[in-house]
Design a protein. Structure first.
Length: 114
């Protein structure tokens, strides 16, 4: 049974930080490309960051220099360190794994507001 469980979301002030985690089970984690996506109300889901099995990373232009994606294959967990948060980062953040097919987590809410 595949499970991707996100955690670490919540309320942050502008300029603050949050660290999201996505714990995976039931997948070939070390061979998977892992990604973080987000969806704001009324908007389409968009890629935030991804990391391949070889640790190549990709970032959306809007988060470059502020967010860092990383993975720990021993813990089958992918992280998203978010810093210098802005109100426009407010969204539901989803974890996705890709290896032969895609799997999605249930999402975690991130709200950036003073």
């Amino acid at each position: 049974q595949v499970q991707l469980v996100e955690s670490g979301g919540g309320l942050a002030q502008p300029g603050g930080s949050l660290r999201l985690s996505c714990a995976a089970s039931g997948i070939f984690f070390s061979a998977s490309t892992m990604g973080w996506y987000r969806q704001a109300p009324g908007k389409e889901r968009e890629l935030v960051a991804s990391i391949t099995s070889g640790d190549t990373t990709t970032y959306a232009d809007s988060v470059k220099g502020r967010f860092t994606i990383s993975r720990d294959n021993t813990k089958t967990t992918v992280y998203l360190q978010m810093s210098s948060l802005k109100p426009e980062d407010t969204a539901v953040y989803y974890c996705k794994s890709t290896f032969l097919r895609d799997y999605w987590g249930q999402g975690t809410q991130v709200t950036v507001s003073s």
